[in-house]
Design a protein around this ligand. Sequence first.
Ligand code: PHB
Length: 369
Amino acid sequence: MSTANRLFEPFTLGGQKLANRMVLPPLTRSRATDEGLATDLMADYYRQRSGAGLIIAEGTVVLPQATAYPRVPGLYNAAQVEAWKPVVAAAKHDGNAMYCQLWHVGRQSHSTVQPDGLPPKAPSPVPITGFKYRSPDGPVAYETPREMSEADIQEAATAFGAAARNAMIAGFDGVELHGANGYLIEQFLDDGINRRTDSYGGSIENRMRFLREVLSAVFDHVPPHRVGVRLSPSSTWMDAIDSDKRRLFGTVINRLNEFGLAYLHLVEPGIAGSSSAEVSAEAIPTADLAALFDGPVIVTGGHTPETADAVIENGTADLVGFGRLFIANPDLPRRFALGAPFGDVRKRGLYGGTAEGYTDYPELSAAEL
Ligand code: PHB
């Protein structure tokens, strides 16, 4: 492709100038320590991929009980803040920005990784039945979650705020709230998951209450123009079921316009968690939803340089994420610029392990430049 691709245009996000419109989207790779401390290996990984105009660091949990998997990083204590600092410093330079994705998995957790050894907490005691939990010993059934009390809900919202403050102390430029893929924020939004009869359930406004409280807790520490929200409006991955997703997400996106956020990050239809899936008949075109949002829009999921150029050109998106391509091609922007071929993702090392399958994907050699 030629350098006329619009991905190579600069973009100003939250007042920061990005050298290009390519995004490293948040990708769980499980290379933190058992205590949720970011590692030197993670610094290598993010530095290798720092050609992206925007780096969104992998899902980082806001509480011990917010995690689904071992070796996911956290931002709920001082040691975790210190551990992130060198990672952020390694990845940031003049032409990019680095946000941290703040994550609470709710019912997608499992008693084996809960601090109290009990089933996780979620808006309602509705288990995931169509999917299995990825345990170190292989797939196992999800458990029926415990229903969150009002105190649990307050604790979770407050924890998002504290983690946002910690992210800024660690050097991140902003934070992204993980409202996608059937995790806790979406568990409140979807009426197939949220069966509450109190002020957090029922109407869309009530189901949005938790998201609003999270935003409000985060805004105590980070200005709205440095806060993004990620949604996956067409995904039913992990039983993310709602009776009217178009109405739900249309309303949510309209309401988000109140805040002057850094961006809205939309997962494309055809993505189920971290994999490609068939686009269902009920899928909501990304362009329809993006058009509802007043601020910058990021789209991620299955894009090539050509489709990315097209969605920027037609006004759907401002920035485009490339997950699997960035995993296998650390120098992806350069490959795009040169029209060089792409390496493929290897399954081994995707989740957890060493440098293998993580930081050992090659850059183009001098001979290829
Ligand atoms: C995963 O670990 O497979 C994963 C994590 C976060 C997501 C999606 C998938 O949003």
